[in-house]
Write a protein that binds this ligand. Sequence first.
Ligand code: ADP
Ligand code: ADP
Ligand code: MG
Length: 446
Amino acid sequence: MFQKILIANRGEIAVRVIRACKEMGVQTVAVFSTADRNALHVALADESYCIGGPRPQDSYLNQDAILTVATETGATAIHPGYGFFSENASFARAVRDCGIVFVGPTPEVIEQMGDKDHARRVAREAGVPIVPGCDLIATPEQAVEEATRIGCPVLIKARAGGGGRGIRRVDDPAQAGHAFQEASQEAASAFGDGECYMEKFVAHAHHVEVQLLCDEHGTILTLGERECSVQRRNQKLLEESPCACLPDDVRQRMCASARAMAAAVGYTGVGTIEFLYTDDGDYYFMEMNTRLQVEHPVTEFVTGIDLVKWQLRVAAGAALPFTQADIRPTGHAIECRINAETREGVPSCGKVTMLHVPNGPWVRFDSALYQGMTVPPYYDSLLGKLIVHAQTREEAIRKMRSALGELAIEGVSDNSELQLDILNDPDFLSGVYHTDIMAHLLPQSR
Ligand code: ADP
Ligand code: ADP
Ligand code: MG
């Protein structure tokens, strides 16, 4: 195992990784921006270094500063968390060139799967169904032609996209040229890459994703699926496992498809294959996330496997000691993302004047919050993740309602009331709901 690891991230995920390292006897190095001087990850790590100003480009995306700290402190690995550098192949390559281990797949694999357009081709060659669509679009005129050929509604999607950004829906081919320009501009400013492709919009679909865990010795495991259809602006709000409406034979085939894709690219580490699943029983590859995901605790609860510890062990070259037959998910887990935002989705920041965190058996709150801290305005609005595990879905829903009812955060707005509304929604309760579920809960924000 590594002796010392640098965590190139902030917030709850930095805290999650630091805790795993402490339990494994690994020394930790935190980096932080001037806005995060008093952040929890800074206090919990063995060593902490300020690497720049609040803007991500100046600190958490400041490659030279991060590599300098890693080299000078003698860290032998860098964990990128999610967001920031986690899916950046050139960062992973620079880390490798310094003789440091990047905790994730190789830069070559990140390059292939991080480009969504390329990943579609990998899926097709691996025999995994993809949504009808087209390759990269060059001009607004071509966007109109393709939208006409594929048939509206379609989505224009950035090949470098993530976090729900760089996606535009087109209901009429005449709008396609404009939507292409908008998506392309948004992607260029968010990801430094404005290239876009087009996909048929699959209506009433479920977002179902499969968790992968792979070592460097050829073992490829799937750790069940997560249903992530509760979304606002294509961003996940609540996730659960298992997916209540997924027939077992489809689950088996979907997991086999995920393993086939991992095998096709020689995947190592943790990763997720996202699919769209329709009530007709069809599923289509959507994208791969070549990193640890926000919602990984849901899978940890149902499988009993600590994904972060195994991610670190396989990055250090360990062989996985279990086989697919050893993975037997039990019970039901739900995660609610607690965001600092108003009901309208406007981000909130400021001082947390009071905090009460729920507790009890099989209740977990992953966050970097503490009473008296200031939530800065510069980063994404995730305050924490509330996760519960129970024997049945019904019991998990009741447990989550109870836990959400206890959670109290004062000083900043949070979305726990909206989460309670979701947990009382008849469609959600039925277990059969689609990515448009928020349309009737939040009619103004489709
Ligand atoms: P998950 O797929 O793990 O649920 P999200 O899509 O919610 O993750 O994104 C997790 C975090 O990573 C968010 O802060 C999001 O803004 C960020 N993120 C995701 N993809 C990218 C990307 N390609 N570039 C930059 N940030 C990203
Ligand atoms: P990101 O990298 O931003 O996570 P995804 O490709 O995963 O982008 O898409 C984000 C969300 O947009 C999905 O979870 C799903 O709700 C919706 N979506 C993406 N592609 C399609 C599609 N072809 N049809 C319908 N919905 C889609
Ligand atoms: Mg996605």
